[in-house]
Design a protein around this ligand. Sequence first.
Ligand code: GLA
Length: 400
Amino acid sequence: MKRLMPLLIVLASTLAVTAAFAQGAPSKGLALTPPMGWNTWNKFGCNVSEDLVKGAADAMVSSGMKDAGYQYIVIDDCWQVKRDEHANIVPDPQRFPNGIKAVADYVHSKGLKFGIYSDAGTKTCAGRPAGLGHEYQDALMYASWGVDYLKYDWCNTLPGQDAKASYRNIRQALDASGRPIVLSICEWGGRQPWLWGEEVGGNLWRTTGDIQDHWAGHHKWPDGSCCSNGVLDIVDQNEPLYSAAGPGHWNDPDMLEVGNGGMTNTEYRAHLSLWAIMAAPLIAGNDIRSMSPEIREILTNKEVIAVDQDPLGQQGRRVWKDGDLEVWSKQLQDGSRAVLLLNRGSSQATVTATWEQIGYPAHLSASVRDLWAHKDLGKSSGKFSAPVESHGVVVVTVKP
Ligand code: GLA
């Protein structure tokens, strides 16, 4: 026992330090509502630069998006080119001639937050140097640049690499930097991050493969490889996972395609609304420097955004389905419901939500407000019905 004492003391103090650290982890209390922001990937791919990111930060403010709640400006893949002789990660000197900190400083000067991208393997999905074995070194670098959000991908990992352990490792590295940094887990669902993402300190985790800018269907690529994810495919994969979501930890059905040109404005309204009712992160992925007034209006609909950002943090779900017609419901903090009527079909149809479907007694009289028309529709008892256009939604709040 005497010989064991020093060992026990070391063990006990290590545990105490670990516990204290976990309690006061800088990332505690982040992303209490789903993160909102903008990311380079969906529209620009590898074509990232200081000018683009600064321009997006300007546009975030001038378009009213910041005012509507969008906050993070995130550089996705391809900002990095190599590691230097000390293994420090090096940004592309042509595209970021003043380094990343200058860009982060600019973003912060606009009252916004700054995010960046790396990967848990040896290379990112676009083949750039990634984080494996450099987690603490990179985290310190990111913190020194002022990074507030890290999207961490899962390409080029080692055979047998453990996803849960890898994401726990990068979370601990980020916390050890002392800076509060949101961790966006970008494993695409194969390793079921909704089962362990919260435990390892992830704030959001992808639930599906990459979104594509179309409404539905597993479209094959020109080379015959399979498949891309339309909005409806993603929705069907993300919906059953609702119980994993809550304040600080969200299912991420991928970033928005609103405004990228592959869908109609009706479909884009449905896309944003479905993300909002699913309490999904709202990360715009279009060129916000030059969007049409209609697209800006869709992205900045504060009433729909309020559904997404409701502090109760419940992920809404489908409560009724008949063929192409669906009713979705999300409980809000004040006890009211956000209700979404969806028409997947090719012609207009009337959809009815009954109070029973949304967890209210049938006799209850409740006020209905249309969140796209911005109009009070008066009181209803028992149900609410509305015509819904093809590939469209009607979104209302129902308040007893
Ligand atoms: C993966 C991710 C995308 C994007 C690219 C970048 O495909 O799922 O969101 O980050 O990598 O290469």
